[in-house]
Design a protein around this ligand. Structure first.
Ligand code: ATP
Ligand code: MG
Length: 395
């Protein structure tokens, strides 16, 4: 039965929390591969072994593990008894039909009771490979690295390392709620928090039926991508079109964007608190657009009691775009769409909103009623990966 050896890095550093972090990663790996013929998953001396039935599933397993936060790298491996002669035999059999320019052996001894040191394993196994295959040893730039890890009862041999997503396993850092537009930035912000081990609830404000359904479709697609990393996602769809109409009637144009954001934040906070989230997240970066100045951020944040996290705050647009491409959300984000804010957005929003001005402008709105109505009419959708039969839609 083939195995995958999963290595984690950052979580190895977490001291006394470590067993709990590893358990979390194990259960995430189990959930992510639930339908791929996985037989056994176990934590083993600083790594995780995944035993699966058939190599037919390897490509899909690779794809899924590659998206799972908390994994530094992983490899398809052959398991053997922890006995040098057996290891040599196994490795030579694996290499028999291969042809490479050069190679090296890299060994790691997890259980120090194994009678050979790592350099001894490397030298002796290297010598046997050289004799059998006639390949040149190149320690600096080998065409092939043969890796061996010896544990207590078993050893693992493998030839390729697949990069992992890094970060922390989903679920170890608590819940947050991300304000998710259909744009480029907020999906990246949400992903950054997923990667830090948070369960990220998503909250989207739409102007349907005043505008088309596109923003909700885009957000559903983005939520789907994020779910491939965090495995469970709760998406709230909040009707915001009527609220914007009211703002247009009551608030002078330059202050409207700040007032929209404050209303969004109030609504999002209410939903966040009800769902046990400890912070709000947005995709803002300082100075990216006129409304995202430090002055405006301060005035916006003042209506929330939860911390407002902005994981992209110091990033350039180019960097965000690159990350969105890697994440696979960019193509969805650029689908043309009338943003609920652009419809009602003035040409020249205030870049230095003053709290007193904004408070005064909001006097003409029934803020509490608008917030309450938006929260109670929000539609919740639960997504899972791999998809459970019939994703629930709950009003
Ligand atoms: P994005 O690409 O995330 O839309 P942006 O650069 O277009 O960001 P804005 O449109 O000013 O910036 O929005 C700033 C932040 O406010 C977004 O990153 C997002 O967190 C939140 N936001 C904006 N519009 C919405 C919306 N319709 N639903 C939910 N959150 C929103
Ligand atoms: Mg936007």
């Amino acid at each position: 039965m083939p195995s995958v050896i999963v290595h984690y890095q950052e979580i190895a550093l977490k001291g006394r929390n470590r067993p709990w972090f590893v358990e979390r990663l194990v259960s995430n790996v189990r959930a992510a591969t639930a339908d791929l013929g996985v037989r056994k998953i176990r934590a083993l001396m600083g790594r995780i072994e995944v035993q699966y039935e058939s190599d037919d599933n390897w490509d899909e397993i690779r794809e899924r593990l590659g998206r799972l936060p908390g994994i530094a790298n992983f490899s398809k491996a052959v398991r053997t008894r922890c006995d040098f002669d057996v290891i040599v035999e196994t490795v030579l059999a694996e290499l028999a039909n291969m042809q490479v320019e050069s190679f090296r052996v890299t060994a790691q001894r997890a259980d120090k009771r194994f009678p050979m040191t790592s350099p001894e394993i490397e030298r002796q196994l290297g010598g046997r490979i050289k004799a059998a295959q006639g390949w040149r040893v190149d320690l600096e730039r080998p065409a092939l690295t043969v890796r061996v890890e010896t544990l207590t009862d078993e050893a693992f041999c493998y030839l390729h390392k697949e990069p992992g997503a890094g970060g922390l396993p989903s679920g170890v850092s608590g819940r947050v709620a991300c304000l998710l537009s259909g744009g480029i930035d907020s999906p990246v912000a949400a992903y950054r928090m997923v990667k830090r081990g948070c369960r990220v609830r998503l909250i989207h404000f739409h102007s349907y039926p005043i505008l088309s359904h596109t923003s909700q479709d885009k957000v559903a697609e983005i939520a789907d991508r994020l779910t491939r990393s965090q495995l469970d996602t709760r998406l709230y769809l909040v009707a915001f079109g009527d609220i914007q109409r009211q703002v247009v009637l009551a608030v002078p144009p330059p202050l409207r964007v700040v007032v929209y954001r404050r209303l969004m934040l109030r609504i999002a906070e209410r939903i966040a608190l009800a769902s046990g989230a400890l912070a709000l997240v947005t995709g803002e970066a300082v100075g990216q657009v006129a409304s995202q100045t430090l002055d405006n951020m301060a005035v916006i944040d003042s209506v929330a009691s939860l911390p407002v996290l902005r994981p992209l705050v110091g990033m350039d647009k180019d960097e965000i775009v690159q990350e969105a491409r890697r994440l696979g959300t960019y193509e969805v984000s650029i689908i043309p769409d009338e943003d609920c804010c652009t419809l009602f957005t003035p040409k020249h929003p205030a870049t230095k909103a003053r709290a007193r001005q904004v408070d005064a402008a909001e006097q003409g709105l029934e803020v509490e009623r608008l917030v309450e109505e938006a929260v109670t009419s929000a539609v919740r959708r639960d997504l899972s990966f791999p998809a459970k039969p019939a994703s629930r839609v709950v009003a």
